[in-house]
Design a protein around this ligand. Structure first.
Ligand code: NAD
Length: 429
């Protein structure tokens, strides 16, 4: 089998299928990436991936050579990126570039793992009538990508009449993983992926709005989410209030679905609200800080965590990017620490001072904002942190820390959707 594009999805796909005993040819256009991977060095931070790559190296050929891939592989898993365009639609230029390189001679099968708008498969199939096409969207989560791939909740395989044999071949590859296999048509498979991400994003924006109301009425969103989640019709996952979703998938996929609907003549009102709530949620941190500190000009604010979620170094659409810019816009000095994303973040946040540890970031800070819920922040010596800070104030943007422990360590603690801490005399300074 072949993999085209060895980023998060492609690399995990290649390595996991190799782990299952398959011979894999993995092609990317970035020569340095191919070279590093061929040497057993992973190019992304993903728990368990490095070891799995190294123990399966002899089963994977990393290459930039399309001819080699076509010669050795029949099933071609397309895993290239589909970022947003300026219009908010999905940018399919990389997918198109791959398709342009493929022969339309019946000798290969295109298996689309990239997230693409519904209708993409039909349009490719129209242009390439002799290239069997299977939609097989990916549902892995960064931070637990290997485990998600190896133990899928479900595997969606979409194929249209005439391509059943190709779909059978894809299904055979996934069978050893267990998980329910859903066989459907291509357009429905494409929609399952977009609708799943849009629904999860909607859940997040919903609970964030509930959190904001909780702050107004003196309720605790953690209690509310717990009480809601025990209802089996609702379920507990994705009901964690915070400073909004980010990452390489939710923002672009929600926007792509909204645009897809609009381009097809339907106004998807709900998604407008989901997107707007998410944007505003990141900014609410600023007003929480102002309530305690007054104007932020000249204040030193420490951001703990920069990656869009823990256990990844992915900075795409991370909430930290918006937050850092907003804080700097208010005239604050921003210092930040992330256990693994510091280097990637440094390239994007050139005017933010990067610290080598959480305690170093907190030294002399007027406030800390927990942006990403890395495990090491739970284990931090918060009493030591309070002693180092100019003012022990924390906004826990993920409701991750223990408020009682933080208060015992001397902090004024602000969560999301919780009773607000009494503003200190600091405002008067
Ligand atoms: N990252 C996730 O968590 C995730 C989860 C599910 C689905 N997806 C979807 O999977 C797709 C890939 O996402 P990703 O995060 O892995 O992207 P990525 O940016 O990490 O990787 C894409 C890779 O494709 C390579 N590439 C681009 N054009 C190429 C070409 N013509 N030939 C060969 N390689 C090429 C790039 O160099 C890069 O290595 C996207 O459509 C995304 O929406 C991502």
């Amino acid at each position: 089998m072949g993999v085209i594009g060895v980023g998060w999805v492609g690399l995990v796909t290649a390595v996991c299928f190799a782990e299952l005993g398959r011979q894999v040819v993995a092609r990317d256009i970035v020569a340095e990436k191919v070279e590093a991977l061929a040497g057993g060095e992973t190019t992304i931070h993903e728990p368990g991936l490095g070891e799995m790559l190294r123990r399966n190296l002899e089963r994977i050929t990393f290459t930039t050579d399309m001819d080699l891939l076509l010669e050795r592989a029949r099933l071609l898993f397309v895993c290239v990126d589909t970022p947003p365009t300026y219009s908010g639609d999905a940018d399919l230029s990389r997918v198109r570039a791959v398709v342009d390189d493929l022969p339309d001679d019946g000798g290969h099968v295109l298996v689309m793992k990239s997230t693409v708008p519904a209708g993409t498969g039909h349009s490719i199939r129209r242009d390439m009538p002799d290239l069997p096409y299977v939609s097989c969207p990916e549902f892995l989560k960064e931070g637990s990508a290997v485990a998600d791939f190896m133990h899928p909740d479900r595997v969606v395989i979409g194929a249209d009449p005439g391509d059943e044999e190709a779909a059978d071949a894809v299904e055979a590859l996934y069978r050893p993983l267990g998980g329910e296999v859903i066989r459907t048509d291509v357009a429905s498979a494409e929609m399952i992926k977009l609708a799943s991400n849009a629904f999860l994003a909607t859940k997040i924006s919903f609970i964030n709005e509930i959190a904001n109301v909780c702050e107004e009425v003196g309720a605790d969103v953690g209690e509310v989410a717990n009480g809601m989640g025990l209802d089996q019709r609702i379920g507990p996952s994705f009901l964690r209030a915070g400073i909004g979703y980010g990452g390489s998938c939710f923002p672009k996929d929600v926007s792509a679905l909204k645009m897809l609907a609009g381009n097809s003549g339907y106004h998807f009102q709900l998604l407008n609200a989901v997107i707007e709530v998410n944007e505003l949620q990141k900014r609410r941190v600023v007003s929480k800080l102002v309530r305690h500190l007054g104007p932020l000009a000249g204040r030193r604010i420490a951001l703990l965590g920069l990656a869009f979620k823990p256990d990844t170094d992915d900075m795409r659409e991370a909430s930290s990017l918006v937050l850092a810019a907003r804080l700097q816009g208010e005239g604050a000095e921003v210092v930040a620490y992330d256990p693994v994303a510091g280097e990637r973040a440094g390239e994007l946040l050139s005017s933010v001072t990067m610290a080598d540890s959480a305690l170093e970031a907190l030294r002399g800070a007027d406030a800390a904002v927990l942006v990403t819920e890395w495990g090491e922040f739970a284990a931090l010596d918060w009493a030591e942190a309070a002693a180092r800070m100019a003012r022990p104030l924390i906004v826990d943007g993920r409701n991750f820390l223990d408020p009682a422990a933080l208060r015992a360590a001397g902090f004024a603690y602000e969560g999301i959707g919780k009773q607000q801490a009494t503003a200190t005399a600091a405002t008067a300074e």
